[in-house]
Design a protein around this ligand. Structure first.
Ligand SMILES: Cc1cc2nc3c(=O)[nH]c(=O)nc-3n(C[C@H](O)[C@H](O)[C@H](O)COP(=O)(O)OP(=O)(O)OC[C@H]3O[C@@H](n4cnc5c(N)ncnc54)[C@H](O)[C@@H]3O)c2cc1C
Ligand code: SF4
Length: 523
């Protein structure tokens, strides 16, 4: 595998990749020299977890489908382990997007064919039963998610994307230690289930899997949609949906080359541009609803590093391989391992002078374990004067108390695992803890969000589903209340966060959405 990104090689790879599809199946917006006009049954905006699955399902139901994706198409042959080019190519705003509030929290999203599945760790969780019960009771969603309605969709996805528990051979020390330390403290753990086939434990998931093992959308449902007769229009950003006579009739966008793009929809438009971008597109399309942009939720993550006196081999294991939902119901947090690329982990190394130098030299002795908090906080996805999305989010005091407790729990586990130093990354607490007695500094530590190094990557709400038009943005057919043929099928429609990783739930719901939307047009 090359370590350097070569744009010319990427062009050749792309040509080779698309040559196996019928003429016109792939349209490269970066190359469009003139206005582009097309007509299909359904337009799907976004090719990530939600969009790719919905598009494939619609195509297999016999509809003419076009996926419109803002980012370009990269795959296995293009990925390099270096963070710089990877983040530039694959992430929105090169990974520099933030949610504003009491603090600025980095908000990480993929912007490429395959969306965030290109850079995620492919961890699989079905929606928890308590979440289904809550959505049914408070939002009237029982006809959609009750009665095990999602089961056939989970089963199809698990079969088609090869869900596999993290194998022992690629567990690596970082994950083994997590299991052992947790068990010693009476905390239940499990090996993660992931969408992988032949994972080699290279810990590169965040930069794109260079072995073709991770089953991201760019190498599964996107090409399968093209094989099923669909079309992919990449490097085109959708500006708005045209609504005429109360019906969605087309999308208007702009290609990376600056060409105007119109794709007309005979049947409907499905927004799958993510929790941040779908509500922004709705707003730019003139939609007004008191819930639009409101109720944005997340799972803020904070990482704690342990410095051991032996190599941990963070880059020689599954990127994420071990997890615990032990505290999910009682305390609203989940624990996970995370092998971070050296460039990112180096930024966490504390100290100055010789101490810093010594720690940097032994960066291979680090393990990072993270907490994902199921916060109560609701933020907002708005738009700036120029129509760009703007997200605000501040964890509540209760959320911060949970974060503090969870951070102390990880520190305890790291000491239990034998770490000689724990680096909590919490402003106001010593940057290096050297004994388990010092964990109490974290237990009594700050609850100001500015003190923690949060990251947001699990995003929900902002166009929530509710049976009652007064309580949400979309109805039980994923259709925007009051606009025929305009659907939202990503996690914008989730009324709440989950406390587990969302991709599998998002894909199961978007697959089910494609069936319900098909039902609307076949009766
Ligand atoms: C680093 C990272 C690790 C993660 N790890 C996991 C994990 O292991 N397991 C898990 O369950 N979840 C994980 N997640 C979260 C998971 O990937 C997302 O929840 C999921 O991909 C969201 O699906 P989506 O379809 O809504 O959005 P995305 O997958 O983000 O796809 C949205 C797509 O829409 C495109 N788009 C946006 N606006 C426009 C526009 N105007 N015009 C055209 N296209 C547009 C974007 O470019 C993008 O490609 C992770 C996320 C990140 C960032
Ligand atoms: S850890 Fe496995 S799935 Fe992730 S990049 Fe490496 S080989 Fe691919």
């Amino acid at each position: 595998m090359s370590t350097d990104y070569a744009p010319e090689k990427t062009q050749t790879n792309l040509k080779k990749r698309v040559s196996r599809f019928r003429e016109g199946a792939f349209v490269d917006g970066a190359k469009l020299a003139a206005p582009f006009d097309d007509e299909v049954d359904f337009v799907v905006v976004g090719s990530g977890a939600a969009g790719a699955v919905a598009a494939y399902r619609l195509a297999t139901h016999g509809w003419k489908v076009a996926m419109i994706e803002e980012g370009p198409w990269y795959d296995t042959e293009d990925f390099v382990p270096r963070v710089g080019p990877s983040f530039t190519n694959l992430l929105r705003d090169q990974g520099l997007q933030v949610a504003e509030g009491r603090s600025f929290i980095p908000l990480i999203q993929g912007r490429a064919v395959g969306g965030s599945t290109v850079v995620n760790s492919a961890i699989v969780w079905r929606l928890p039963e308590d979440v289904i019960d809550d959505w049914s009771a408070r939002f009237g969603l029982a006809p959609v998610v009750g009665n095990h309605a999602l089961d056939p969709h989970y089963e199809a996805l698990e079969r088609e994307l090869s869900v596999t528990p993290t194998e022992r051979e690629i567990e690596g020390t970082i994950n083994t230690l997590f299991h052992e330390a947790a068990h010693a403290l009476g905390i239940a753990t499990r090996p993660m289930d992931r969408y992988t086939k032949g994972c080699q434990g290279s810990a590169n998931c965040m930069q794109g899997c260079p072995h073709g093992a991770k089953q991201g959308m760019q190498r599964s449902y996107v090409p399968w949609t093209l094989e099923a007769g669909g079309r992919l229009i990449a490097s085109v950003a959708v500006d708005r949906v045209e609504i005429r006579g109360g019906r969605a009739v087309a999308i208007h966008g702009t290609s990376a080359s600056g060409a105007p793009v119109i794709v007309r929809a005979r049947r409907g438009v499905l927004l799958a541009a993510s929790t941040i971008q779908s509500p922004a597109i709705l707003r730019r399309s003139g939609l007004r609803n008191v819930h639009l942009g409101k109720h944005f939720q997340a799972h803020p993550g904070h990482g704690v590093a342990g410095n051991f006196d032996r190599p941990i081999g963070m880059n020689n294991a599954a990127t994420q391989g071990a997890e615990s939902i032990h505290f999910r119901k009682t305390h609203r947090f989940k624990l996970e391992t995370l092998s971070m690329p050296p460039e990112l982990v180096s930024a966490r190394v504390p100290g100055v002078g010789a101490a810093l130098g010594g720690r940097l030299a032994a960066v291979g002795n680090l393990a990072v374990w993270v907490v994902q908090v199921r916060t109560h906080a609701e933020g907002e996805v708005g738009t700036t004067l120029f129509g760009r999305e703007r997200t605000t989010f501040t964890p509540t005091q209760k959320d911060m108390e949970t974060t503090r407790f969870a951070t102390a729990t990880i520190a305890k586990m790291l000491f239990e695992a034998g770490a000689k130093e724990v680096w909590p990354g919490v402003h106001g607490v010593p940057s290096v803890l050297t004994s388990p007695d010092q964990v109490k500094l974290l237990e009594e530590g700050p609850t100001d969000p500015r003190s923690y190094g949060f990251i947001l990557s699990h995003l929900f709400g902002a166009a929530r589903m509710a049976a009652d038009a007064r309580a949400g943005v979309v109805d039980l057919n994923f259709q925007v209340h009051g606009v025929d043929g305009l659907h939202v099928v990503d996690s914008s429609v989730f009324p709440t966060n989950l406390g587990v990783n969302p991709q599998h739930g998002i894909m199961a719901l978007s697959r089910l959405a494609a069936d319900r939307i098909t039902g609307l047009h076949r009766h």
